[in-house]
Write a protein that binds this ligand. Structure first.
Ligand code: LMR
Length: 337
């Protein structure tokens, strides 16, 4: 047997084992987001990682990059579209720059009276129709997550609508939120979430709006002397993936990831309220920020002041959509009786 033929089996075995090793390499999934790990979205992402790796028997490996550690607001959407990252869970207030402003219906102040209405809209034809609109942008929407109601904060008391006059207020990149702050007489300043703490600390902006979990985990309470319990709006997320990547996954992996997402979504929504309640208690305990609970009568004044925005933005979010959400809220209230 010539020397060469002696090596053929060894080379073949090496090639096969290399192929086998390559075949066993888990599919990498990069999941980037902008909030701290100890928040509803941060914990939801880690729960998805756990379930996805478990349900695929280790055939995927999810790496979660929290707190803008990989990409910050604007960057992350671009990174998803070019496939540099596979998954995001941005606030639905941030799809305007992508050209899908209809998501800003979720930004309309006092639009959702309770979580039952919110979830019914998210999981029903309105929410699913909005996710479908992302496909033209090379994005697939998998689910909606929740981070509860927003509260107002600033370095002066926010007791009446007039309190906002002339204040520079940070907002997410949403035309509706711009309109909201202008309606209150404030000056809206859109900026990335990762820049808010420094902007508040340096006085670049006077105040902002957040759910308690974001305010606390970004230490914004340390640079905000006053906060008002207003529940005037909410932070909702769309969990999205790069369409080309998603469509290219094997069917069994698809199925397992969808099951993992369904369970992670239930988990995230189940913990959202408590995470925010706990954060509120920690802010109160820190004694850095005077907390004012808007009395019911004053809340009605705030609601009345902001209601014109619903009509003003019909052209952006859709009059039928607004009417359908009002109807959903009524149906939820009726079902509760
Ligand atoms: C914000 O930018 O205020 C929020 O969208 C951050 C987040 O993702 O909760």
């Amino acid at each position: 047997m010539n020397l060469k033929s002696k090596f053929v089996p060894a080379i073949l075995a090496a090639a096969l084992s290399l192929g086998a090793a390559h075949a066993q390499q888990p599919i990498p999934i990069k999941f980037s987001h902008v909030v701290a790990e100890n928040t509803p979205k941060g914990k939801g992402a880690l729960k998805f990682k756990e379930l996805a790796e478990q349900k695929t028997g280790g055939r995927v490996k999810v790496d979660v990059y929290p707190n803008s550690s990989l990409y910050k607001d604007r960057e992350e959407m671009e990174a998803l579209q070019i496939g540099s990252v596979h998954m995001l869970a941005p606030s639905v207030s941030k799809f305007g720059p992508l050209g899908v402003r209809q998501f800003e219906v979720f930004d309309l102040p006092y639009m959702f009276p309770d979580k039952a209405t919110l979830y019914s809209v998210m999981d029903g034809p309105i929410g699913q129709g909005l996710l479908k609109m992302l496909e033209a942008k090379g994005i697939v929407g998998l689910a909606y997550w929740d981070n509860g109601f927003k509260q107002m904060s600033a370095n002066k008391p926010l007791r009446s609508v007039e309190s906002f006059s002339g204040l520079k207020m940070r907002i997410q990149s949403s035309k509706v939120l711009e309109g909201q702050m202008k309606q209150l007489g404030a000056i809206p300043q859109s900026m990335a979430f990762s820049e808010v703490y420094t902007a508040l600390q340096q006085g670049v902006v006077d105040g902002t709006e957040n759910p308690w979990s974001n305010m606390y985990t970004q230490k914004m309470h340390e640079v905000q002397k006053h906060a008002t319990v207003s529940d005037h709006g909410l932070v909702a997320y769309a969990v999205i993936v790069n369409k080309k990547w998603w469509d290219g996954l094997p069917p069994d992996i698809h199925k397992a990831l969808q099951a993992a997402m369904a369970e992670a979504t239930k988990y995230e929504r189940d913990i959202a309220q408590k995470e925010n309640d706990d954060a509120f208690e920690k802010i109160k305990a820190a004694k850095t920020t005077e907390i004012y609970v808007l009395p019911a009568a004053e809340r009605l004044v705030w609601q009345k002041a902001m209601l014109p925005l619903h009509q003003q933005y019909e052209g952006v979010v859709g009059k039928d959509t607004i009417q359908a959400i009002y109807k959903t809220a009524q149906d939820v209230a009726k079902a509760r009786k």
